[in-house]
Design a protein around this ligand. Structure first.
Ligand code: FAD
Length: 331
């Protein structure tokens, strides 16, 4: 069965987020062979983003021009998304499982009287070839459930780093099909908005986005102080990754809560997760256990983190982490 699927693309600091390209890949599976994948993107200087969305597999891109640097609000994002949805009446809407996706998806589902599934990590066709099965982790990642929707429309958010999508390359622009015929302008309706953003305070400026990072070096209470995070930052920089933390480290004031990974923090699924001085509480595992390769550095050989680690190093992180950085820099 073929369907029209709408992807709500997200931008961060002007760039298109990788999860939005992954959402196109997920949407292609949902659309079926003859289905149409629509994408929606808002902001300024949209042409390169339109080209990337087309190169990633979108058939049509709906665009809303908004001034450069205009702050995000859920109200505007919801209005735009529901406006485009009203125009094309898609069978499904796909967003990244990001702070924005988590905020906008339930609003869309309520407004469209649609079913909603969050944090989807896989989509497969049912054996009869028609319906779709969605897989998502439950019970803090201890189990997986498979769900089907009985009626359309539906709204799903997908976990970053779980659907294969082409990485951003400079050649996307050149390789993508003709843009003009695929672009459908959309006029945003900003009348009587109830929320106004007066200013945005950035706390983790410059850091690679945690949720989408391919490598995460994470510190726990074992790091012992804010200064103790420095060797981890150096290792992350050497590897081109991002720094994360356990809630233990955040609660102790060693780092900002924006870095917290886990049940009540961010969920990450990087290629490589290096846990330094983290015991491995179930609430922490909920945010990182789906990482492809897990390395644990802990001086306690009985630490629970070793049960899920692919590689374990029993030792003092202040000795091990600088050695790792040195080796990586040598490569
Ligand atoms: P600890 O458990 O204190 O572990 C520190 C580890 O560091 C120990 O294993 C120790 O052996 C090791 N260590 C010490 N010194 C060194 C050294 N020099 N070298 C190497 N290793 C060393 N936690 C989260 O992380 N994320 C969440 O989202 C989250 N949500 C929660 C929600 C709820 C409702 C509750 C109740 C708890 C939640 N927690 C969460 C807290 C969680 O239960 C743990 O308390 C927390 O993860 C512990 O953090 P930690 O591993 O850094 O600290």
């Amino acid at each position: 069965m073929s369907r029209d699927i709408l992807v709500i693309a997200e931008r961060r600091d002007g760039s298109l987020r990788q999860v939005s390209l992954e959402a196109i890949a997920a949407a292609r599976t949902m659309a079926g062979e003859d289905g149409v994948v629509h994408a929606f993107v808002a902001g300024d200087a949209l042409e390169p983003h339109v080209r990337r969305l087309l190169a990633a597999g979108a058939d049509r891109v709906h665009t809303a021009a908004r001034p450069a640097g205009e702050p995000y609000t859920a109200e505007k994002a919801f209005r735009d998304a529901s406006g485009v949805a009203a125009r094309i009446r898609p069978a499904a809407i796909v967003l990244g499982h990001t702070a924005i996706g988590r905020e906008v998806a339930p609003r869309l589902a309520a407004a469209l009287d649609a079913g909603q599934l969050s944090d989807v990590i896989a989509i497969e066709r049912e054996p009869d070839g028609d319906g779709l099965r969605f897989t998502r982790p439950i019970y803090a990642g201890k189990a997986f459930e498979k769900r089907v929707f009985r009626r359309e429309p539906w709204v799903v958010t997908i976990r970053p780093n779980n659907f294969p999508a082409p990485a951003a390359t400079a050649s996307d622009a050149a390789d993508s099909p003709a843009v003009d015929s695929a672009v459908v302008p959309f006029e945003p309706d900003d009348v009587d908005l109830r929320t106004v953003v007066r200013g945005v305070v950035r706390r983790t400026a410059g850091q690679t986005d945690l949720a989408e990072a391919k490598i995460v070096v994470s510190g726990g209470r074992g790091v012992k102080s804010a200064d103790g995070f420095k060797p981890l930052e150096e290792l992350a920089a050497a590897l081109g990754g991002a720094v994360g933390a356990s809630r233990g480290a955040c609660d102790a004031g060693y780092c900002d809560y924006a870095l917290q990974i886990g049940q009540t923090g961010k969920v990450v699924t990087p290629e490589l997760y290096i846990a330094c001085g983290i015991s491995g509480a179930i609430q922490h595992l909920a945010g990182m256990s789906q990482s492809r390769v897990i390395v644990a550095i802990n001086k306690d050989p009985e630490a629970p983190i070793f049960k899920i680690a692919d590689y374990g190093i029993v030792g003092d992180l202040f000795e091990v982490v600088p050695l790792l950085s040195e080796e990586v820099r040598r490569l």
